[in-house]
Write a protein that binds this ligand. Sequence first.
Ligand SMILES: [Zn+2]
Length: 274
Amino acid sequence: MPHTLLALFAHPDDESFAAGGTLARYAQQGVRVVLGTATRGEAGIVHDEGAGNPPDMGQVREKELRCACRVLGVQELRFLGYRDSGTAGDPRNDHPLAYCRADPERVVGQILDLFREFRPEVVLTFGPDGGYGHPDHLAIHRHTTAAWEQADTLPHPPRKLYYTAISAKTFIRVRKAMYEAGLIPEMPSETEIARRGAPEDAVTTTIDIRDTVEIKVEALRCHRTQLAPTHTWLNLPLAFRREHLGHEYFSLAATRGVAATVPEEDLFAGLEEG
Ligand SMILES: [Zn+2]
């Protein structure tokens, strides 16, 4: 039996931005990669003029996500079936099907069903900051963590729980390199750094994605409504990408029956195949 990695995110494109290089790397290694996405990104705004303004954004973004899954090597994609809540304060927060209003028990039950069906050893989701605080990102973090905590009675509960986490130091280093290369007009503000960067010791796990960083970019290109083809992130020189964006960072939040030693460079460290 190959290993299984289950990633849980809120919207189409989260998977590629937050962990695209890692998902592609493990898929290449023969790990079964499964993605659960809470919504179809209905509240997304079209950033690409050429992509037009679709009447059903959810349908378009579902297609974009399926494209990204093919590129990344994600074998199974499941939608939890909620509606994108939009950013904090958006009137769509109050839509009856908005994910940020979903009944936690119901969502946790759906995630436990995914644990039963796919028996992932490793589960991956947003950290407690939700990447940058989007209410749906915070919700998938809470629900995944609660499902992990309730998984003890399953015959094959997951063994390692990871959160995405970039340290403030790394965030500043990357932005500084981009600024110096003329790729961004200014350095991020203190507020943005504080909002985006985790404390150094929260980051336990560094995944080398230098060999899959181009696949990550191809997956991001699938999310055409969200990232115009001219977007800076899609047009960085390969050498820059490998040097400055060639790693993804995670925080090992909990383990079950695994002797994990951190820091580590493999999500499956300490787990035997079988
Ligand atoms: Zn998102």
